[in-house]
Design a protein around this ligand. Structure first.
Ligand SMILES: Nc1ncnc2c1ncn2[C@@H]1O[C@H](COP(=O)(O)OP(=O)(O)O)[C@@H](O)[C@H]1O
Ligand SMILES: [Mg+2]
Length: 272
């Protein structure tokens, strides 16, 4: 698949192609920029159709409900995020739980802006405490199948800490800021869609408008945590492929329309 050619347009005479696997290009990623109405979303749809024609799975995060029509035209799955995707970001996988605690602290504070350093630290400590109450050592890579805590447990711990120390203004402020993240049970115990489902050929559009509160922060964290989960899944399941003799190929295409939403200052978790 070295010569993967994705049509991106034509001028009446010539067709123009993009080859994400061009050996001359440093990586297979692409960024589309332009003013409002310039045709970025339209171009994305053309590119998506190109990948689908090559049988490469495409996952689209649909923030504004712009991609329903695409599914009608090309087939595929339109997935209600709220009902069908339940990711538990506190599942440490094969990493030390404290590394996950740190990572989640960074992700949350990148999206829910204006969380101060002390509040970030309190969030970290609360996550660590959440592991401890589940009998999980935050310093040890889990060896057996564990029953990891989720954001529901984290909510309980923060509330308990506040009951024990009602004058902790920083913690109270943190809870006020993060309440929507906890109140709707979005990131509670893992169930629903398997990551392997997302990697099937065809288009999968994840509808983020189904989140029951019109919070841009909730949509953003849903995109970031789903991408992270997918990335971890690919790393665990296909890591060996990366170092093998196999010809480079694209396993999945992730489409982030409105990607400027995921450019975080001073963060290692930028998606762009
Ligand atoms: N190549 C094109 N030919 C004709 N109409 C186009 C083309 N690209 C975009 N449009 C139309 O222009 C409008 C804005 O395009 P859109 O892709 O939504 O822009 P953006 O995402 O950059 O804001 C839409 O109505 C779209 O259908
Ligand atoms: Mg657009």
């Amino acid at each position: 698949m070295q010569g993967l050619n994705i049509i991106i347009g034509c001028d009446g005479e010539n067709e123009f192609y993009w080859n994400p696997l061009d050996p001359k290009s440093p990586n297979p990623h692409a960024l589309i920029v332009g003013t409002t109405g310039a045709g970025k979303t339209q171009l994305l749809k053309t590119i998506i159709a190109g990948f689908v024609n090559h049988n490469i799975p495409v996952i689209v995060f649909d923030i504004h409900g712009e991609y329903k029509k695409l599914i009608e035209d090309f087939g595929g799955r339109y997935i209600n995020f709220y009902d069908n995707v339940r990711i538990n970001p506190l599942n440490p996988g094969n990493k030390e739980p404290k590394a996950t605690a740190f990572e989640i602290r960074e992700i949350i504070s990148s999206i829910f802006r204006n969380i101060g350093d002390i509040q970030k630290d309190k969030l970290y400590e609360a996550i660590i405490e959440t592991y401890r109450t589940k009998g999980i050592d935050p310093d040890k890579v889990p060896t057996s199948n564990l029953n990891p805590p989720d954001f529901g447990d984290l909510y309980t711990i923060i509330n308990e800490q506040l009951e024990n120390n009602p004058k902790d203004i920083a913690l109270r402020g943190l809870l006020a800021r993060l309440r929507p993240l906890f109140e709707f049970g979005l990131f509670t115990a893992e169930r629903g869609l398997e990551m392997s489902e997302l990697l099937k050929p065809g288009i999968t559009v994840i509808d983020l408008q189904t989140i029951p509160v019109a919070s841009e922060e909730l949509k953003d964290i849903a995109v970031v945590l789903t991408s992270r989960k997918l990335w971890n899944y690919l790393n665990v399941n296909y890591l060996n492929v990366l170092g093998s003799e196999e010809a480079p190929h694209i396993r999945v295409v992730l489409v982030l329309d409105e990607a400027h939403r995921y450019v975080f200052e001073n963060s290692q978790y930028n998606i762009c």
